[in-house]
Design a protein around this ligand. Structure first.
Ligand SMILES: Cc1cc2nc3c(=O)[nH]c(=O)nc-3n(C[C@H](O)[C@H](O)[C@H](O)COP(=O)(O)OP(=O)(O)OC[C@H]3O[C@@H](n4cnc5c(N)ncnc54)[C@H](O)[C@@H]3O)c2cc1C
Length: 349
């Protein structure tokens, strides 16, 4: 029997970020990840952005999350020798005088001066707007497939690429046992599949389907993200990613004609040249009803934990809460109450 500190189920963003933190705390772990299953991390845009939404709101816990993001991902880039954390900034061009005035009013009202500034950017020929707008220099994107593949290669001997059969899990006061492995704890990082997890499906998930397009844009020069309702991320060599849609229906990983048309229509308002589609990606964000993550331990089976519910902001949330969960496991430290699943214990029966 192989004895470990932690079994991790799921090798998407949540499971991988948790694994890096456990490694830092000298914990032994094994990740089960079935590559045949769809993963929302593999199709995500990967944006991190301190100020979001139409009304320019600061991301929840913006100071804490953004102080830790860059050193966390940079450190993994150094350890794996790869490049995936692209802090290239995000620009929101003003669409006209009225938009400019309302954006400046929001800037004052929400005290955003530390996070966005009025700048005149050279958007090049592809964009319809003039260059003046609000720029967030702390924004950018994580190339999630590159991050996941680099981590997978690094943890080569700590991953089993197979389905975790939840029915074969045994547990008692001392820990858990699964086939030939025993561990003190098991943490489910199974993303959207968590909605059907025998131990955690009682949690109030609110999954949201999302789609993006990748394609070519003639004369594309901007080397930062442009956001005008939808965002466009430069991928180099005239390629860009356009996203994303939100749908609470048809929760599957299948690209739809409707999303493609909606994105192209939005893109045609931002760009003055056609977006030539090469790829379309679809996935389901593991979002929650109260828009806060699910972090913590089962109300009855105390060695069974969860790290899920990262929703549309997984790249920003995962490092901060992955660290909290790892430190809870090792030192018994506190998990932020708004994220701790203890807030829903009354729903469990
Ligand atoms: C179109 C789209 C755009 C997005 N854009 C952004 C964005 O710009 N910025 C941002 O921060 N977030 C974005 N997101 C959200 C982001 O993808 C998620 O927050 C995050 O990736 C969730 O990671 P996860 O590890 O919880 O889930 P997943 O990435 O889905 O990982 C779950 C893993 O568990 C594995 N698994 C499940 N059950 C089992 C089992 N029984 N046995 C073995 N393996 C199992 C699966 O194979 C999978 O690898 C977007 C999502 C979508 C769909």
């Amino acid at each position: 029997m192989k004895k470990l500190d932690v079994i991790i189920v799921g090798g998407g963003l949540a499971g991988t970020v948790l694994a890096w933190h456990l490694r830092e705390l000298d914990q032994s772990f094994l990740i089960f990840d079935n590559p045949e299953r769809p993963s929302s991390s593999r199709v995500a845009g990967g944006l991190f952005n301190p100020v979001t939404g139409k009304y320019l709101a600061k991301t929840w816990l913006v100071e804490e999350l953004f102080e830790y993001l860059t050193p966390f991902y940079n450190n993994i880039e150094n350890q794996t020798g790869s490049s995936f954390f692209h802090k290239i900034g995000l620009h929101r061009p003003f669409s006209g005088q009225a938009h400019k005035e309302s954006a400046l009013a929001q800037l004052d009202k929400h005290d955003l001066k530390d996070w966005v500034s009025v700048e005149n950017k050279d958007l090049g020929k592809a964009f319809a707007s003039e260059g003046e707008g609000l720029f967030s220099e702390n924004a950018g994107y994580l190339d999630l497939p590159v991050f996941l593949d680099a981590s997978k290669a690094f943890f080569m001997n700590q991953i089993r690429e197979e389905e975790f059969q939840i029915k074969e899990l045994l547990w008692d006061e001392a820990g858990v046992q699964y086939k030939d492995v025993s561990a003190s704890k098991i943490i489910f990082c199974d993303g959207w599949a968590g909605t059907g997890n025998a131990y955690f499906s009682w949690l109030p998930f609110n999954p949201v389907k999302g789609e993006t397009l990748v394609g070519k844009v003639q004369d594309y020069e901007a080397n930062f993200i442009v956001n005008q309702g939808k965002w466009i991320i430069p991928l180099g060599e005239g390629r860009a990613r356009l996203g994303a849609t939100y749908s609470w229906h048809e929760l599957d990983f299948l690209p739809s004609e409707k999303a493609r048309l909606d994105l192209l229509e939005a893109g045609s308002k931002i760009l003055q040249v056609p977006f030539q589609v090469e790829e379309q990606h679809a996935g389901v964000r593991p979002a929650t009803k109260d828009r806060r993550p699910f972090v913590g331990f089962h109300p009855v089976h105390k060695n069974l934990g969860i790290f899920n519910g990262l929703g549309a902001k997984g790249v920003s949330l995962a490092p901060y809460f992955g660290r909290q969960l790892a430190r809870k496991i090792v030192y018994g430290e506190v998990i932020q109450p708004e994220a701790n699943i203890e807030r829903f214990y009354t729903l469990y029966s």
